[in-house]
Design a protein around this ligand. Structure first.
Ligand SMILES: *[C@@H]1O[C@H](CO)[C@@H](O)[C@H](O)[C@H]1NC(C)=O
Ligand SMILES: *[C@@H]1O[C@H](CO)[C@@H](O)[C@H](O)[C@H]1NC(C)=O
Ligand SMILES: *[C@@H]1O[C@H](CO)[C@@H](O)[C@H](O)[C@H]1NC(C)=O
Ligand SMILES: *[C@@H]1O[C@H](CO)[C@@H](O)[C@H](O)[C@H]1NC(C)=O
Ligand SMILES: *[C@@H]1O[C@H](CO)[C@@H](O)[C@H](O)[C@H]1NC(C)=O
Ligand SMILES: *[C@@H]1O[C@H](CO)[C@@H](O)[C@H](O)[C@H]1NC(C)=O
Ligand SMILES: *[C@@H]1O[C@H](CO)[C@@H](O)[C@H](O)[C@H]1NC(C)=O
Length: 637
């Protein structure tokens, strides 16, 4: 920390100094002590920390054993269950503004029965980092720079592979204007891989209030495996107390720019590991001439880093590039491919009298922003979950990624992701179905049965993919919309035990849709009655015709019998013919079946004529009639 307890007076002075210029940012800082039980002001920074009690209802607060240092934030952590769910903090943001978001993890010390946790950190739907704890007293810091795409952002913990997933702190820091703007920010976040203050006076980090944006600048004195190794001999640490003008894009803190390393033998070399690499990165170097060079002296050097290609040849002359001493020069590489092991060196040019100088370095990895669930779909889900008396998907972030809420299903093929199924059967949902439901065009199944829903039948006229709709056992009222029968995909509609009224749309009664509408006392098949009336007339006419044909047939049969008795002797031929007529007869029957089927659908027939159980009789009649007729024709020819 830049300030210890003993120097808190100094801190206060610094704080007051900065307070005038950065009061806006500080007021907007959100600092959450996860697992903490009270709100407090950190004496070392003057920043207000809040407990996450009102922000996170899941997980438990766990006291850290032997926390490292005496910082309040690390006295406890919030631990989550080991399950397939994700647990999310929702932070308010201003759309299109850039933010630094920081999550830190310090386990405390490990009890003998504990295993080191390993789990995933997500920002919205985007996989941010795999958090792997190796050292219980180390503070693992994850920083992400984003441009907010909406009014909030979710930071989620999930998918533990070992140990209990947890979090210690969560911080949101708004950035100023175009700081950290990139050409790719619509599609990529920037996760900070290294931010190093060279020539630092101690191993302490520099952050707020020295850095008004509260970035964490690591000291180059920290000793860690594969962190700033391979330092060239002749490397010297320099510092100045003079002010440095840092008015450039990224506004690094003056304190960071007041120290540097110099390669007195003409060379600066470093090597460090970059977590999450190889990857495409944004790389920034921060230079300011903080030595007073004589009139005949010069400091010119070149970066030597094979992966930077052409840039190798660019000669840095800090004072010239920055237009003066004690002024920041900030070259950056917008998009550069870097390996896991980053080796770089700065080498003095032959005509330079002084060796290379470096004040600070920052490297951030591009992380492609993953597709989120459609905002309109999410709005409906949120409306529904607030209507439920049960705690549905509390603190669970995006409904679809990386795991979906247990009461929805999602399409994975669309951008953005869409909801295909909502299952809220018997989930204590009260109130009117949100109108916006009609925007969920990819919805295939909707189960809202067994709740306390009131109001009219929801507008679902746009839900052309909806196959299954269950609204039974609710308190819905009013008429059924007329388009219901012609929704293109609807296969199953259950509305029984509601208070719907009016006429049932004709299309629902064709038998194409499984439709259950019992126990809706004021719902009737108005239009159907007329149809049935016509049907009955039709059938009566049909029956009349049948009777007439029957009569004629009987007459013909009689005649046939008379004729046959006179041809009885030539019988053998007649028998074989009778067999051969069978297929033809069958054909007639099947044609007849089709005729009946397309004329009068079976349910209609049954409904219209309760005691018209003569269907079989009628069919048999036709069969024997045709058969006899055929036989007669063959026989007589
Ligand atoms: C934010 O940007 C404005 C405009 O460049 C500048 O005047 C102001 O000082 C900046 N704020 C901070 C805290 O750097
Ligand atoms: C802490 O501060 C937050 C935000 O100001 C507030 O909502 C919450 O009630 C406070 N909690 C306690 C325990 O005072
Ligand atoms: C664990 O981390 C602490 C704090 O960063 C450090 O002092 C200690 O040396 C580390 N232990 C190991 C074994 O790396
Ligand atoms: C600054 O540099 C001088 C030597 O040039 C050294 O004595 C002093 O300790 C340094 N101060 C810091 C804060 O590094
Ligand atoms: C960086 O460059 C590579 C290669 O040209 C390209 O594939 C990538 O999309 C660029 N941008 C980012 C943010 O990675
Ligand atoms: C979601 O879809 C998957 C695969 O189609 C299925 O196995 C799962 O049961 C579905 N879940 C729900 C809640 O419908
Ligand atoms: C009808 O629906 C109500 C809820 O609206 C439910 O309490 C009741 O049990 C249902 N009745 C039947 C017979 O299912």
């Amino acid at each position: 920390m830049p300030c210890s307890m003993s120097s808190s007076f100094n801190c206060l002075v610094i704080f007051l100094y900065f307070a005038s210029s950065v009061v806006c940012q500080v007021e907007e800082f959100v600092s959450i002590d996860c697992g903490g039980t009270r709100n407090y002001t950190d004496p070392s920074t003057g920043l207000a920390w809040i407990s996450d009690l009102g922000l996170m209802s899941q997980g438990t607060s766990v006291q850290a054993e032997n926390p490292n240092g005496n910082l309040m934030q690390y006295q406890s952590r919030r631990e989550f269950p080991i399950d397939s769910k994700k647990y999310c903090y929702t932070l308010s943001t201003e759309e299109r503004r850039r933010y630094l978001i920081r999550a830190t993890f310090q386990y405390g010390s490990l009890k003998s029965e504990d295993t080191y946790p390993k789990f995933e950190l997500y920002l919205d739907a985007t996989q941010w980092s795999t958090v792997t704890i190796f050292n219980a007293s180390r503070t693992y810091v994850n920083e992400m720079i984003i441009r907010a795409s909406s009014g909030s952002v979710d930071v989620c913990i999930c998918c533990a592979t070992t140990g209990f997933p947890f979090i210690s702190t969560l911080e949101l820091r708004p950035l100023n204007l175009s700081m950290y703007a990139t050409d790719f920010e619509d599609h990529f976040f920037l996760t900070v891989a290294a931010r190093v203050n060279f020539g630092a006076p101690s191993i302490d980090v520099i952050r707020y209030p020295d850095d008004p944006y509260d970035r964490i600048w690591d000291s180059d004195l920290v000793k860690r495996q594969n962190y700033l190794v391979g330092v060239a001999s002749g490397t010297q640490r320099i510092n100045t107390s003079r002010d440095v003008n840092t008015n450039s894009r990224e506004y690094p803190p003056v304190k960071v720019m007041q120290t540097a390393v110099v390669g007195t033998k003409g060379l600066l070399t470093y090597r460090l590991n970059l977590d999450g690499f190889p990857a495409y990165a944004r790389a920034y170097a921060y230079f300011a001439e903080i030595e007073d060079l004589g009139a005949d002296e010069s400091r010119k050097f070149k970066l030597e880093q094979p992966s930077l290609g052409d840039s190798n040849s660019a000669v840095v002359n800090i004072a010239e590039n920055a237009n003066g001493d004690y002024t920041l020069y900030e070259p950056s590489y917008m998009n550069v491919s870097l390996e896991f092991v980053l080796s770089f060196s700065f080498k003095k040019t032959t005509d330079s009298t002084r060796g290379p100088l470096l004040n600070a370095l920052e490297i951030s990895k591009y992380v492609r922003i993953a597709t989120k669930t459609d905002r309109q779909d999410l709005n409906v889900l949120n409306a529904l979950r607030f209507m439920s008396a049960e705690s549905l998907s509390v603190d669970e972030g995006d409904p679809c990624v990386p795991t979906h809420w247990d009461w929805v299903n999602c399409s994975s093929s669309t951008t953005p992701l869409r909801i295909t199924k909502i299952d809220l059967s018997g989930k204590n949902v009260k109130g009117e179905i949100p109108l916006e439901l009609n925007n969920m065009q990819e919805l295939i199944e909707l189960w809202l049965d067994g709740n306390y829903l009131t109001g009219p039948f929801p507008d679902i006229s746009n839900l052309i993919n909806l196959k299954i709709l269950h609204l039974e056992n609710n308190k819905l009222t009013g008429p059924l919309p007329s388009y219901l029968g012609s929704l293109p995909s609807l296969q199953e509609l259950y509305i029984q035990n509601n208070s719907f009224s009016g006429e049932i749309p004709a299309g629902l009664l064709t038998g194409k849709i499984t439709f259950n509408f019992e126990d809706n006392l004021r719902l009737h098949k108005g239009a159907q009655k007329q149809k049935h009336f016509k049907l009955i007339i039709g059938i009566s006419v049909g029956v009349l015709a049948i009777v007439s044909i029957l009569l004629i047939g009987s007459l013909l049969l009689l005649r046939n019998l008379q004729r046959r008795s006179s041809h009885q002797r030539s019988n053998e031929k007649g028998d074989s013919m009778r067999i051969s007529t069978k297929p033809s007869t069958r054909h007639s029957i099947s044609r007849m079946d089709e005729g009946i089927a397309c004329y009068i659908t079976l349910p209609d027939l049954e409904e219209a004529t309760n005691n018209f159980s003569k269907k079989n009789w009628q069919r048999k009649l036709w069969i024997s009639l045709l058969w006899e007729d055929e036989r007669w024709k063959r026989g007589s020819s």
